[in-house]
Write a protein that binds this ligand. Structure first.
Ligand SMILES: *Cc1c(COP(=O)(O)O)cnc(C)c1O
Length: 429
């Protein structure tokens, strides 16, 4: 299918990137379970290896099933290209890798998925990279944290664990002024609820493990490039603007223009870091995305109903859902997430840590797991699990203090979810 601008989201989520298989006519995207691809002849092989012709060499770099998913994600996000990776965390490293070098830093929001805070505050130090964490509602603090060595600004559109909404327009104005890219983790919103590139994001990353696949079957990630950033405007991004010794001095930006980041991601990132998505996982994710809009509508509807009910319960101190009129983030919903505030929020219990533990253990429909964005409703006590590695100050700054439970609302019957929450809250007192 040619992706005309007239096609709506519901059409593109099924058709973008998929065409009947040229060999068999298969209508669903086949799982190309192959490691390598036969070259037509030696000249063909040479052209592929020199990046003079686009094609398939070896599945660490490219695979037709994965390529269909890359095209679908680029289309849904309104980007120029995309690179799939083996997990959301792999996608974050793949997004940073071409931008960073020893001594370089990123400025990141304090409100992030717990694993991302750990990746950025600990693990990336081994590459000589670092992160400065600031409150992204404090725009002056974001500006002040950027220095000459900053190579990216990083935040989530709907941020963990509270479902807070980041003012992407205001943040991209700051990164634009500084001449550095804005990377937005759009996992909790999905392109159905939020399109970060329309708010100035340079790169969009996803854990496809969550809503995109939708049913908790595989891990996967993707980096979508807007194709809009001028990597050659200054000397900050030599991997993209300067000659690449591993490809006979080829300059990615000069040669590939708006696809420079995507080609670099495949030709250098996947080739040498090897964080490749396998075709079976790509197939599950393609299947999931076909119903993304239907599921997201139901997640939003259910979250609104459950969050409103929870807010009125006498065991509950506060609910953070941005869809509620009481949320300080409510006025950002229409602008940043016009189709709803997602399905993720936290609830703070009056009974503190002990009540949270009893509550989580008493739930029957809700599963206590370290995951979100499943068809099933999920809960987690962040302070004792996903945010356990953080200091108490980091936990509070991230919205994951000891009396807070994170809830990911599924697509079950909302009355059943409310009944389950009610019995568990009563048992927690
Ligand atoms: C889950 C998640 C990640 C990490 O993704 P994995 O697929 O588990 O590696 C990153 N960011 C957000 C917002 C997530 O929810």
């Amino acid at each position: 299918m040619t992706d005309g601008p007239s096609y709506g989201f519901d059409t593109l989520q099924i058709h973008a990137g998929a065409r009947p298989d040229p060999a068999t006519g298969a209508r669903q995207v086949p799982i190309y379970q192959t490691t390598a691809y036969v070259f037509r002849d030696a000249d063909h092989a040479a052209a592929l290896f020199n990046l003079q012709e686009v094609g398939y060499i070896y599945s660490r770099l490219t695979n037709p099933t994965v390529a269909a998913l890359q095209e679908r994600m680029a289309t849904l996000e309104g980007g120029a290209g995309a690179v799939c990776c083996s997990s959301g965390h792999a996608a974050q490293i793949m997004a940073l890798f071409p931008l960073m070098g020893p001594g370089k830093n990123i400025v990141a929001s304090t409100r992030l998925y717990g694993g991302t805070i750990t990746q950025f505050s600990q693990t990336i130090k081994r590459f000589g990279w670092s992160a400065t964490f600031v409150d992204f509602d404090d725009l002056d603090a974001v500006k002040a944290a950027i220095d000459d060595d900053t190579r990216a600004v990083f935040c989530e559109s709907i941020a963990n664990p509270g479902g807070y909404i980041t003012d992407l327009d205001a943040i991209s104005a700051i990164s634009d002024d500084a001449g550095i890219p804005l990377i937005v983790d759009n996992t909790s919103a999905t392109p159905y609820l939020c399109r970060p590139i329309e708010h100035g994001a340079t790169l969009v990353v996803h854990s496809m493990t969550k809503y995109l696949t939708g049913n908790g079957t595989v891990t996967g990630g993707v980096v979508v490039d807007s194709g809009k950033f001028d990597w050659s405007a200054n000397d900050k991004f030599p991997s993209l603007s300067e000659p690449e010794p591993a490809y006979h001095g080829l300059k990615f930006h000069e040669t590939f223009g708006p696809l420079a980041f995507t080609f670099h991601g495949i030709a250098i990132g996947l080739r040498d870091l090897g964080m490749t998505l396998n075709p079976q996982a790509a197939h599950y994710t393609l299947m999931g995305i076909e119903t993304l809009s239907l599921r997201m509508q139901k997640h939003v509807e259910n979250a609104m109903e459950v969050a409103s009910w929870l807010e009125a319960h006498d065991a509950v101190e506060a609910v953070t859902y941005a869809g509620l009129p009481s949320s300080p983030y409510n006025d950002r919903v229409a602008r940043i997430c016009p189709k709803g505030a997602g399905g993720l929020f936290t609830v703070r219990l009056k009974g503190g840590y002990d009540a949270c533990v009893k509550f989580v253990d008493s739930l029957e429909i809700f599963s206590h797991v370290a995951n979100l964005g499943d068809t099933r409703s999920l809960v987690i006590h962040s302070a004792s699990t996903t945010h356990r590695q953080l200091t108490p100050e980091q936990q509070e700054a991230a919205g994951a203090g000891p009396s807070v439970v994170r809830i990911s609302i599924g697509i079950e019957d909302p009355a059943d979810l409310i009944a389950d929450l009610n019995q568990a809250l009563n048992a927690s007192k």
